[in-house]
Ligand binder design. Structure first.
Ligand code: ARG
Ligand code: ZN
Length: 872
């Protein structure tokens, strides 16, 4: 139990700050023992007649000196506790406050505030890390102008960076040097950054559409100098795209990105100085997969897009996080859709939403995209705030059209540039720019949970009409959502029928139904034959839609729907039906037999020569055990595993020659980063995975050959993950070889750990235990910890083994991380959030671990919040 019983903070309690900080002049003296941070602030009371104390936040700081308007304050004039500096009486007019504090970045394993990574200094301040650097009003609605001077040893730390422009620099006589940076844009403290180290610069430039030249710099550890070009190109592409799509131009003369090896999240949009997890910067064909390349482009774009959606217009308070994150994720998704393939990207994004976010909605941590309360803000950087938040932004675009959405964005910037605002301000801009009533739309921000819509269709042959009745299931205390549902109707030949609503004169192939009521019926006229409806095209809303269908109908849509998303979706639904029916057979001890209708539908996809390769690869991939488990009242761990393995095995056997043909047809495409070459690799590797299910000498030889001969990481990793599931000696040989080849490259070595954690063989848990003892395993490095443990916890059948040993191990790790790095600990403990969805025996085992964790004497707020909600 937590000794201080951490208190929740509520959205409804928001108050304006009593003081604003106009400017802060920071001076860092970086030293191996203690780092001194000297700060000089100009502070302005919000009103001149107030007599309120000044309460600054500060954590793990040692206060050395405190001056108000140049006068040293004596200890009666202020109070310091673990998290505050309070000065009861301050002037009623603007005043200056000067502090000197000591910190020890080299001991900071939480990786928030100022810390060291691979010998270099770096910072992470979002959400509330700045208070671990100096005393401040550490809240986003306090926006200050920053100047930052960094002093450090010149040999060890030749590069000294902060936000804005480098305005002065010089050398001291003792081997140290200094640089002063000035950021002309007022910003909240969470956007502050500092980097000092021995770094290599990969530079470039970008000319904005108004003709200004911007210097681009990617900073990396020297040995990574040859892995920066893709990141640089991605940045330039993102900059261009934001100009073209949203009319948004960059606003400083320099844009820097620093790659660091120890980072809690993906990346951080600090003004002019992004700090990135190296995973989202570094790549080379032989070290990074196609997915890595795509993720790098997306994350670089995401952080760049924050410059407008997040930095120029920021959040009033942390409850508004989705204002910047949902919007920026939507922007990066749209960017990737245009850079790659809209359908493929949409399918990938919906997969993430459904497997992670829908699961979060079913858990005790469920929250609206704009949460009502939190104990630890870092726990709310969630798939709900980010990915469901992005879906909600997409809803505006679906309802208002692309042009209408752009009008709303333009008005949003026109009204709020330079301000800290709320989700309501954004919604108002969308509504006002389009003269549309979006009041019901607020429920997407207020209400947690995944809406469920039941649909019924009726064809009237006499009238030649087709009606759809849509009904929202509204949980107690909630109200109907405003949901756009994209619909098409297929004729018997598989073509889209022209759609004309009874109220319309013109026709369309896809029509958006705006569902606002609990129940609504729409009728299409002039429908010549009983159609097959295609519902929720392109996944037009983040909901679950129920419409009961025969397998034949799903197979038909899988073969013909003009909406590629729904073609994929029909295949997934068909697979799911087949798997659940087999599960019932398995549970009744009946022999398993794969429905030939499904096997044939898969064959048709395999043989479809029109279908784009990446989509085809996705269509040949079954829903995961995790996703299937979510659809059940009680997750059938062993049953789902067994049945899914059976289906994969059966498909491998049924279409052996076709898999082999596909494999060979796509195997010799030379490496390039073009969409067509990527598609070949995706297709070939799906085929290889099916083939290797057969675990024969021939199939293993194929994988071995690919493993040894490949010139790119996509193929090498894929072959390795096939070999890891084989039972002969090939597995050990490949693992050893991969390790020897890549032991000096941490990002590639992460893959070595992950591939083993993902194995479906029964000794996976024992392997993971052994890998924890490996000399290259390091719990303090988040990427390494995740590569083994977070990946393993997603391996449903192995992690949820019936003896509960994996649960115990996970809890041990959580308790270690609780002291080292609470943010990562809290992520790791979250796998237990779903404990009530399992059978009684597993529930008891997980509950035991949760109870053990919550009884720990020094639990962080992070872990406390998640576990206490879970046990409630
Ligand atoms: N704003 C960052 C982004 O681009 C994420 C920062 C997350 N930080 C945290 N402490 N949770 O999404
Ligand atoms: Zn973000």
């Amino acid at each position: 139990m937590h000794p201080e019983n951490p208190q929740a903070i509520y959205r409804k309690d928001y108050h304006q700050p009593d003081f604003f900080i106009e400017s802060i002049d920071l001076h860092f003296s970086l030293d191996e023992d203690v780092t001194l941070v000297h700060s000089q602030m100009v502070i302005r009371p919000r009103t001149t007649n107030q007599t309120v104390p000044l309460v600054l936040q500060g954590e793990s700081l040692v206060l050395k000196n405190l001056k108000l308007n140049g006068q040293v304050l004596n200890t009666h004039d202020y109070q310091v506790d673990k998290i505050h500096l309070t000065i009861p009486t301050v002037p009623t007019q603007s005043f200056t406050l000067e502090t000197i504090v000591e910190i020890k970045p080299q001991e900071n394993t939480a990786l928030t505030g100022l810390y060291k990574s691979s010998g270099n200094y770096c910072t992470q301040c979002e959400a509330e890390g700045f208070r671990r650097i100096t005393y401040f009003l550490d809240r986003p609605d306090v926006m200050a102008r920053y100047t930052t001077t960094i002093v450090a040893d010149k040999n060890r730390y030749p590069v000294l960076l902060s936000n804005g422009n480098r305005v002065e620099y010089g050398e001291l006589t003792d081997g140290r040097h200094w640089v002063k940076w000035a950021d002309p844009f007022p910003k909240p403290s969470y956007l502050f950054a500092l980097v000092a180290g021995n770094l290599h610069c990969h530079g470039g430039k970008f000319v904005t559409r108004s003709g200004r030249e911007v210097r681009l710099e990617i900073w990396v550890e020297p040995q990574n100098h040859d892995q920066c070009e893709h990141a640089l190109q991605s940045l330039a592409k993102a900059m261009r795209w934001d100009e073209e799509r949203f009319g948004l131009e960059y606003d400083l003369d320099i844009y820097m990105i620093v790659a660091v090896s120890d980072f809690n999240m993906g990346a951080m949009e600090n003004k002019g100085l992004n700090v990135f997890n190296a995973k989202f910067v570094l790549c080379r064909p032989d070290t990074a997969t196609d997915d890595d390349y795509e993720n790098i482009e997306a994350v670089i774009a995401h952080e760049y897009f924050h410059n407008w959606t997040g930095n120029r217009v920021t959040c009033r308070d942390w409850f508004q996080l989705t204002l910047k994150e949902g919007l920026t994720v939507f922007r990066d998704q749209s960017f990737t859709e245009e850079m790659t393939s809209a359908a493929v990207k949409r399918i990938q994004d919906v997969r993430i939403l459904r497997t992670s976010q829908f699961a979060e909605d079913q858990s005790p941590m469920a929250h609206p995209i704009r949460p009502e309360s939190y104990i630890e803000m870092n726990n709310f950087y969630t798939v709900t705030v980010y990915n469901k938040g992005a879906e909600v932004i997409r809803l505006y675009q679906t309802l208002l059209g692309k042009d209408g959405f752009r009008r709303g964005m333009d008005l949003y910037f026109q009204r709020h540039d330079g301000q800290a605002v709320t989700c309501d301000d954004f919604r108002a801009a969308m509504a006002d720019a389009n003269k549309m009533d979006l009041s019901q739309f607020e429920r997407w921000y207020d209400q947690a949970g995944t809406p469920v819509v039941d649909v019924l269709g009726t064809y009237n042959a006499l009238e030649k009409t087709y009606s759809l009745t849509l009904r929202q299931q509204i949980p107690a205390n909630l109200q109907a959502w405003h949901i756009p549902i994209a619909v098409g109707l297929l004729g018997k030949n598989g073509q889209d029928l022209p759609l004309q609503l009874a109220t319309e004169t013109n026709s369309n192939r896809t029509c958006i139904i705006e569902l606002r009521e609990v129940e609504q019926t729409v009728t299409f006229v002039n429908i010549p034959e009983a159609p097959i409806p295609s519902l929720l095209r392109h996944f037009s809303a983040p909901i679950k839609l129920n419409f009961s269908r025969q397998r034949e109908e799903l197979a038909f849509l899988m073969a013909h729907d003009s909406d590629p998303f729904n073609r994929w979706e029909a295949g997934q639904q068909l697979a799911q039906q087949v798997i659940f029916d087999l599960l019932a057979d398995w549970q009744a001890d009946k022999p398993l037999q794969l429905d030939p209708l499904f096997s044939n539908a898969v064959l048709k996809i395999l043989q479809d020569t029109q279908l784009e390769g990446s989509i085809k690869a996705l269509m040949l991939t079954l829903p995961t055990e995790g996703f299937l488990g979510q659809q059940q009242a009680e997750v059938a761990v062993e049953g789902l595993f067994t049945v899914r393995q059976f289906v994969l095995q059966q498909l491998a056997q049924d279409h052996y020659t076709q898999w082999l043909t596909i494999y060979k047809a796509n195997h010799h495409t030379p490496y390039s980063n073009e969409a067509s070459a990527i598609a070949c690799r995706r297709l070939k590797n799906v085929a290889l995975h099916y083939l290797c299910r057969l675990d024969t000498a021939e199939t293993t030889a194929l994988a071995e050959q690919q493993f040894t001969q490949s010139d790119n990481m996509t193929d090498q990793q894929s072959a390795l993950s096939c070999l890891v599931n084989t039972t002969g000696t090939a597995k050990t040989i490949a693992l050893t070889r991969f390790y020897t080849q890549w032991k000096e490259n941490p990002l590639v070595l992460d893959k070595w750990f992950s591939v083993q954690a993902m194995s479906y063989l029964p000794d996976t848990f024992e392997n993971v235990q052994a890998l924890l003892q490996h000399s290259d395993f390091n719990l303090k490095n988040p990427n390494r910890a995740r590569s083994l443990l977070a990946v393993f916890s997603q391996n449903q059948a192995q992690f949820h083994r019936a003896d509960g040993l994996a649960y115990q191990l996970q809890a041990d790790i959580v308790l270690q991380l609780n002291t080292l790095n609470p943010q990562i600990a809290s992520r790791f403990v979250s796998v237990f959030n779903h404990w009530r969805r399992f059978d009684p025996a597993r529930q008891a085992l997980m509950q035991t671990q949760l109870t053990r964790i919550i009884q720990h004497p020094d639990l962080s707020k992070d872990v406390y919040e998640v576990v206490s909600k879970s046990l409630n």
